[in-house]
Design a protein around this ligand. Structure first.
Ligand SMILES: [Zn+2]
Length: 265
């Protein structure tokens, strides 16, 4: 506060033609202090991708180059079919340290399937991923749709947490492991600086867990998409923010142990 008051007084003096703020012979542009970088002290970020779209594989190298790991929620019945990642691509992502989570077997709204069908959509999804060599602990409800029965199925099938698509930021530890609150999801009109503002906004509001939800990575191929150029730009920005205190982890990493401490706004 004192600093900004000093600057505004200086500004006033300069307007009035007075001297005495810093050296009188120094031009204003040189005297201006360098802007301090935005720093994070209480924010954790998770990058998540829904559906296992084929174009998601393009971010593999971008993530690796920028020291980032993401969580990919996979519809196991769609693995390897046209438009979706193959099992080898998923293994590649996993080997890099990314997390493979579940997103039902056939992308059903879990509020619209009951009983054995609900169990199948969730348990078979997990089983499919286990049989491919993954250790799926995280789940995302298709369309963010869930109710008590759906939540119970996700628990019973062995998933340890489940993500929604709204109501973020979340806190650590979360109030409800089976209702992880996410930031507004990324659509094709979401500019990179807007995503950056989401992340900074969490820190400015006292900190928290910002869970970002992406779908396609392509040039405007879908309403739910970000362009490869914008994703690269955002990934590079995240890489830099890690040096300014931003913690970036997969969903499973955030929740797996008590070592992450607490992040409460
Ligand atoms: Zn989905």
């Amino acid at each position: 506060m004192k600093h900004s008051l000093f600057l505004s007084l200086c500004g006033l003096f300069l307007i009035m033609g007075l001297v005495g703020c810093g050296s009188s012979s120094t031009p204003v542009s040189e005297a201006a202090p360098t802007r301090k970088p935005f720093t994070f002290s209480n924010t954790v970020l998770s990058l998540t991708f829904d559906d296992g779209d084929a174009d998601n594989y393009d971010v593999r190298s971008v993530l690796a180059e920028n020291n980032l790991h993401a969580t990919f929620y996979i519809i196991s019945g769609f693995i390897g079919i046209d438009g979706y990642m193959t099992k080898d691509q998923l293994r590649g992502l996993y080997e890099d340290g990314n997390e493979i989570g579940g997103h039902t077997r056939d992308h059903m709204k879990l509020t619209e399937v009951r009983g054995a069908d609900l169990q199948y959509q969730v348990c078979q999804n997990r089983q499919d991923l286990v049989s491919l060599g993954f250790d799926p602990v995280s789940f995302a409800y298709p369309y963010g749709q869930y109710d008590d029965e759906a939540k119970q199925a996700v628990k019973d099938c062995g998933f340890m947490n489940a993500r929604l698509v709204t109501h973020g930021p979340e806190v650590i530890p979360p109030q409800d492991l089976y209702g992880l609150r996410a930031m507004p999801y990324i659509v094709k009109d979401t500019q990179v600086d807007k995503i950056q503002r989401y992340v900074k906004g969490v820190e400015k509001d006292g900190g928290g867990w910002a869970i970002l939800t992406f779908h396609h990575v392509c040039d405007q191929c879908d309403q739910y998409s970000i362009t490869p150029e914008d994703f690269i730009k955002f990934a590079k920005w995240l890489h830099l923010q890690q040096q300014h205190g931003l913690v970036i982890k997969t969903i499973g990493e955030v929740l797996e142990s008590g070592t992450t401490g607490t992040v409460q706004p």
